[in-house]
Design a binder for this molecule. Structure first.
Ligand code: ME8
Length: 519
């Protein structure tokens, strides 16, 4: 049993150069569902998210808007990034900003330690820099520009020209860690997931690692290098450290020991930063490497990564305004295998909403509550003489509880939801076969009617618990209608079928009301 075990999950910290789109919301929802699931399994779960506020990209955006970078970041965090969490119902435990004092001070502490221990030296670098990625690019990561960028090399991710830079910088001796990294991927195959991401990282490191330029001196929007204030820390080196500065690194050893190491969720575009640079930094500092790095796929538009810079971003509220936050959460985690790319379409969203949420789950809940209200005056009947079909439902409840928890433990969120949906389908099939509405017509069938409704009621209780991380709003409403004590979030999810339920049902409004498809 996982009681009390620590589970620390993170999202990338997002650049505040622009407002969030559904790609950012996707990572948030995945992390939130995992955190909620682990929390409900009795673990000491902690979810961190936040914002990445330093570097040239933010500086340029702020300058173009005639404000200071800090003013810009404050405004975007307050008006866009924090409201996003509410829009999609994220229950994060902490929100870190790289401009927080707790972060900046401890970035300096970390850097000073690496400097004192001989992992940092002065060097010169010339290369193509992509401000969109905040990264020096290799030839393989560039392509010839076309149209207005004809004759210029452009970044393959942003399709924008890169800039040729020549700087005297501080370097991190990352090359020294290649062998230890390869040993890590070998000893812990689950360190980088999914398998395709692991293969990419292993073959990248096998080609040998360069040292990493970790400071910039041509602008000053960043954390000052502690021994040389003419340099600021390279934005990625600064940003990666958020995962430890947020949980006490450098200032609260007890908190740090309690939380670290984390499971990181990142889009596959930033996999190398997390699976190569970040563990090398931690090794250099003598700290434990992350529990794991999961690189999820992209939400695509017209076959390309949805992005702010290409103006293909859809605002999460465009979807939640119509379908609600529960359906948003459900859709992206159910329709896309976690780790694969996926596309969003309004048609698919509307179809799944109607078939799976409204007809499959919502209607099941309404029918069972309505029948107990009508045939039993709202009093939950007891299962006094269960038939084989009733035992079968009970055994499915146990099976999907175990299967979904095991899938979550492997970060296979879509498999966990699919496992729970077996119970939704089994209960709908059970009602079709048992026909409680027909049993209710003949008093001689009273005992059987009560057993069927008791079985369906219990199944709904198990479903409410199992679906609460994904559908927090709908399952809270259902929990109230079931007349069950406490909150649904307070129930143990790894033993969902044992939850204490109620003895009287209460009215239930439609969990997933009809949505006009023209919307
Ligand atoms: O990279 N599909 O921030 P960022 C799926 N600040 N996920 C997407 C996506 C899409 N189309 N677009 C964005 C940064 N994402 C750095 C991270 S971490 C120490 C620093 C999600 O604002 C995905 O999680 O560009 C991706 O990794 C993240 O947004 C990048 O956000």
């Amino acid at each position: 049993m996982p009681d009390g075990r620590s589970f620390y999950i993170t999202t990338p910290i997002f650049y505040v150069n622009d407002v969030p789109h559904i790609g950012h919301a996707y990572t948030e929802v995945a992390a939130d569902v995992l955190a909620r699931w682990h929390r409900q399994a009795g673990e000491d779960a902690w979810m961190l998210t936040g914002t990445d506020e330093h570097g040239q990209k933010i500086l340029r955006t702020a300058t173009a808007n005639d404000v200071t970078p800090k003013q810009w970041a404050d405004q975007l965090v307050a008006d866009a990034w924090k409201p996003l969490l509410e829009t999609i119902d994220i229950a994060n435990d902490d929100f870190i900003r790289t401009t927080d004092e707790r972060h900046e001070q401890n970035v300096q502490k970390f850097l000073q330690k690496l400097y004192d221990d001989g992992h940092i030296y002065t060097g010169e670098y010339e290369g193509y820099y992509c401000v969109g990625c905040e990264e020096y690019k290799t030839e393989a990561q560039l392509e010839p520009g076309t149209g207005e960028y004809e004759g210029q090399p452009v970044c393959t991710i942003h399709s924008k020209p890169v800039e040729l830079l020549h700087e005297k910088n501080y370097f991190f001796r990352m090359s020294a860690f290649a062998d230890r990294l390869l040993a890590l991927y070998d000893e812990r195959p689950e360190f980088v997931q999914p398998e395709s991401a692991r293969n990419e990282v292993v073959s990248f490191v096998k080609q040998g690692l360069d040292d990493l330029s970790i400071s910039r001196s041509t602008f000053d929007w960043g954390v000052k290098v502690p021994w040389d204030d003419s340099h600021v820390v390279y934005v990625w080196f600064d940003a990666l450290l958020n995962y430890i500065t947020a949980v006490g690194y450098g200032q609260d050893d007890e908190e740090f020991r309690r939380r670290w190491p984390a499971q990181h969720l990142v889009g596959k575009d930033i996999l190398r930063f997390h699976a190569v640079i970040w563990p090398a930094m931690l090794m250099a500092a003598g700290l434990e490497v992350p529990r794991g790095v999961f690189g999820h796929g992209w939400l695509l538009v017209g076959g390309e990564k949805m992005s702010k810079s290409k103006l293909t971003g859809i605002a999460p509220s465009q979807i939640t305004d119509t379908f609600g936050s529960d359906a948003f959460r459900y859709y992206f985690l159910r329709a896309i295998s976690f780790g694969q790319d996926g596309s969003f379409s309004w048609e698919d969203m509307a179809a799944r909403y109607q078939a799976e949420l409204a007809n499959g789950f919502g209607n099941l809940a309404s029918r069972v509550i309505a029948m107990i209200t009508r045939y039993c005056d709202g009093v939950v009947p007891s299962a006094s003489a269960p038939a084989p079909a009733d035992h079968e439902i009970a055994s499915i409840e146990r099976r999907v509880t175990d299967a979904s928890w095991q899938a979550i433990d492997r970060l296979a969120i879509h498999e966990a939801i699919a496992a729970v949906w077996e119970l939704v389908d089994a209960l709908n099939g059970y009602l079709t076969v048992q026909e409680p509405w027909t049993l209710a017509k003949d008093p001689a069938n009273r005992e059987r009617l009560e057993n069927v409704l008791a079985t369906a009621y219990h199944g709904l209780g198990t479903l409410a618990v199992l679906l609460s991380p994904v559908l927090p709003k709908a399952t809270a409403k259902l929990w109230t209608a079931l007349g069950a004590p406490g909150t649904v979030q307070g129930q143990r999810i790894d033993r969902a079928y044992e939850a204490t339920l109620g003895d009287r049902v209460a009215p239930l409004e439609a969990l997933f009301p009809r949505v006009e498809t023209s919307e």
